[in-house]
Every structure is written in C-alpha cells, then in structure tokens.
Write a protein that binds this ligand. Structure first.
Ligand code: NAD
Length: 378
C-alpha cells in the first residue's frame, strides 16, 4: 500500500467511527449516532518513561473512548514487561527504528509522543506521515520552527494534533475558565502563576541536558505558568519581560534554574510567573475587581485544590490523563472541540522564545502579536 492510499485508508477508518461522517445530517441524529458509537481508538505510547508508566498507561485502563493498543520503545526489556502487563500483541510493539511501519497497523489510531522534548518533533512528524493522529507531550517542541513543522505535517496528512495539556480537561481548571468567561469577579487586575520543584538529586537527567530538553525550568514547568496566566485571564499577552536567576551554576550547567517573567495584557491586567528547577511551588492566583480566585496546587496531577473569595472549590477527582485522552478521542470520533490544539502549543513556544530573548537582552520588554488563531483552549 503506498503512502497516500494508506493515509486515505486510515482517514476512512477514523471517519467511519465518528460524527465527522455524519455532519451532513441533523445534530440530533448525529448525537444519537455518536452515543451508539462504542468504538475505542487505539493509542500507541512512544517512550515508556515515568510519565507513560505511572500516569498514561494506568489512565488508559479506565478510558472510555481509547485504549492502550501499542508501544514504541528503545529498550527491548520493556517490550516483554509491557506486553505481559497490558496484553499488547507482538505486532503492536515497535522500536525507534521500525516505528514508521506503524503506518500499516490499523489497530493504532493515535500515536502519543512521550519522549524527551527535542525528540517530539521528529516522532510527531513521522506519526503524522504514517497517517496517525498525534498527541505530543509538552512542551510541544523546542522551537517555534519545530512546532510549525509538526502542525504542517499533521495538516498535510489529514490527521488531528493535540498537545498533552491535561489541565484543559480537568474540573478545577475548567472552573477557572468559567469564572474568567463569565467575569464572576469582574475585571482581572493581576494574575500570578508559579510552577517549580527541586530537581537536585540526579544531575545526569535529560531535563538538565540542553540538547535533549531545549531549556530548563521554563521548558519543563514554565509552560504550565504560561498556560495558567493565559487561561486565567482569557487573553493572550501583548508583551513579556523576563529575568533569569542562577544560584547553583555548578549543578544547572546548561539549562535555566529559575526564571521570572512579567506579562502585559490588552485589558490592562498584569501577569507574573516564576518557574524553577530549584524552588518548590505550584499555584495560580488572580486578583479581580470584586474578588479573587486561587488554585493551589494548580498544575500537579495529584488532586488540585482551589478557593475563591466566595469559598472553597470542590470537584470530584478523576485521572486528568484519562479525561485528556478521552477528550482527544472524542475530538476524533465525534468532532468535539480539540481542547489543546497544536496552535496552542506553538503559541506557548512563541512566548518561551520571547522570554529567552528578553533574558538575553537584560530584561527588555518583548512585544507579542498574537492573531485570532491562537485560542485559549475549549
Ligand atoms: P522520562 O525520562 O521518565 O522518560 C523518557 C523516555 O524517553 C524513557 O523511556 C527513555 O528511555 C526515552 N528516551 C529515548 N531517547 C532518550 C534519550 N536520548 N535520553 C533520555 N531518554 C530517552 O521522562 P518523562 O517524565 O516520561 O517525560 C517525557 C515527556 O513527557 C517530556 O516531554 C515531558 O515534558 C512530558 N511530561 C509531561 C507531563 C504532563 O503532565 N503533561 C508529565 C511528565 C512528563
């Protein structure tokens, strides 16, 4: 089967399962058909490190619209372990070299790239070329140029693209977005978002290796803070200025240890973030005209918690990863909104690059000009 016909074949399969094919009939008929559609999409995890092992694979055991169908690993010993634990058939197990053969495997609908950051673009593009829908972990890539290449590959191959921003499917975050949308506390005057942890026990880790990570705290935890100030105001920033702080240059040799950045928004709101590989913190706070709201923790995957000037928030706890992957599967199957599209990952990388530029210019204010294409997430 040549590439084009394989792609057509895969697209046909995805569409046959989903409401996309039903767009021409009434919304009610579409909804009924969607409810009846019990097909689960097969996900292949690429990279079986800690996030795949302890979060994504267990979450897939409970997911309603997708399941763990395959794995891609560079470590042969993991093949046996995962096959035994999750009943993954031999034909759905790949390594980094034969990964492209996944194009011929109709059991795999979605490829989820969970590798070190600098490998995201390569595997996302190869997955798209194989005709598979793509979820790419955060940060989406290590440059805006790479984000563009991923988006382009997915468009050219007619596949969907999502970023692993699980919080958009999470109820506390959704409540923040509701508060912002409905202006519950009036105009937002100030928003602050911190995300960091102490990463001092393992100097050989890839997160401290610039070639593999693309950057330090900012690439890792900083993208959560950037996300928080954006969905926490409902606006993209119009400028950023930033500074870097280094207290352990002997340990953080190649990558940033701690960064602070200040944002301006068109509404007049002011934003502040702090991200670190040497300071533990995880919160979001907004001060508004008629009150405030806060999440603490705001982006961990242990349960989030939060309160507003009106009282405690209390939502049921469910696996964020399960909710996220089910949302992406529903986007494919039933044409529901993509909660974290590639353009969102690219927007955040534009901000990351502007922050590094500001730091290199001694904290100079860098203007940001986002067009309407960069949404705030559904
Ligand atoms: P990890 O170090 O635990 O796993 C990395 C995996 O990549 C391992 O299986 C390793 O064998 C493989 N790998 C392949 N080539 C490698 C190389 N050259 N060097 C190092 N490892 C290599 O990392 P992780 O915590 O699972 O993170 C993977 C990705 O997932 C990262 O992009 C990270 O930002 C993202 N992540 C996202 C969340 C989230 O909440 N969305 C949480 C954790 C990690």
């Amino acid at each position: 089967m040549n590439k084009l016909s394989r792609r057509d074949f895969n697209t046909k399969i995805a569409k046959s399962a989903g409401a996309t094919a039903l767009m021409s009939i009434s919304p009610l008929a579409c909804a009924i058909a969607a409810k009846k559609d019990k097909r689960k999409l097969g996900i292949a995890l690429v990279g079986l490190g800690s996030y795949s092992t302890y979060q994504l694979a267990p979450a897939l055991m409970d997911a309603e619209h997708c399941y763990l169908a395959g794995i891609v690993t560079g470590t042969p010993e993991k093949e046996k372990i995962w096959a035994g634990k999750y009943g993954i058939p031999k034909e759905n197990i790949y390594n980094y070299d034969n990964f492209d053969d996944i194009a011929q495997n109709s059991a795999i609908d979605i490829v989820y790239v969970v590798l070190p950051n600098s490998m995201h673009a390569d595997f996302s593009i190869r997955a798209a070329k194989a005709g598979k829908h793509v979820i790419c972990e955060k940060p989406m890539a290590i440059s805006v140029e790479e984000c563009d290449a991923i988006i382009q590959a997915c468009k050219e191959n007619g596949v969907k693209l999502g970023v692993g921003y699980r919080l958009h499917s999470e109820p506390y975050t959704q409540e923040v977005k509701r508060i912002v949308r409905e202006k519950t506390f009036g105009k937002i005057n100030y928003i602050s978002a911190d995300a960091g942890y102490r990463s001092m026990s393992y100097p050989a880790q890839w997160r401290l290796n610039k070639e593999l990570s693309g950057g330090g705290a900012l690439m890792n935890m900083g993208v959560y803070s950037i996300q928080s100030v954006i969905y926490g105001t409902g606006e993209n920033p119009i400028s950023v200025s930033a500074l870097e702080f280094s207290t352990r240059p002997d340990y953080f040799k190649e990558t940033d240890e701690t960064i602070t950045a200040q944002f301006e928004f068109e509404s007049g709101a002011i934003g502040n973030i702090m991200t670190s590989h040497n300071i533990s913190t995880n919160r979001l706070f907004a001060s508004c005209e008629r009150g405030w709201y806060e999440l603490d923790p705001a982006s961990t995957y242990i349960p989030l918690a939060g309160r507003t000037s009106q009282g405690e928030l209390n939502f049921p706890q469910e696996s964020q990863q399960k909710l996220q992957m089910d949302d992406f599967a529903k986007h494919i199957l039933f044409d529901q909104p993509n909660k974290a599209p590639g353009e969102m990952g690219k927007r955040d990388m534009i901000i990351v690059e502007a922050i590094y530029e500001s730091i290199s210019k001694g904290g100079k204010k860098i203007p940001l000009n986002f067009t309407s294409g960069y949404g705030f997430g559904g």
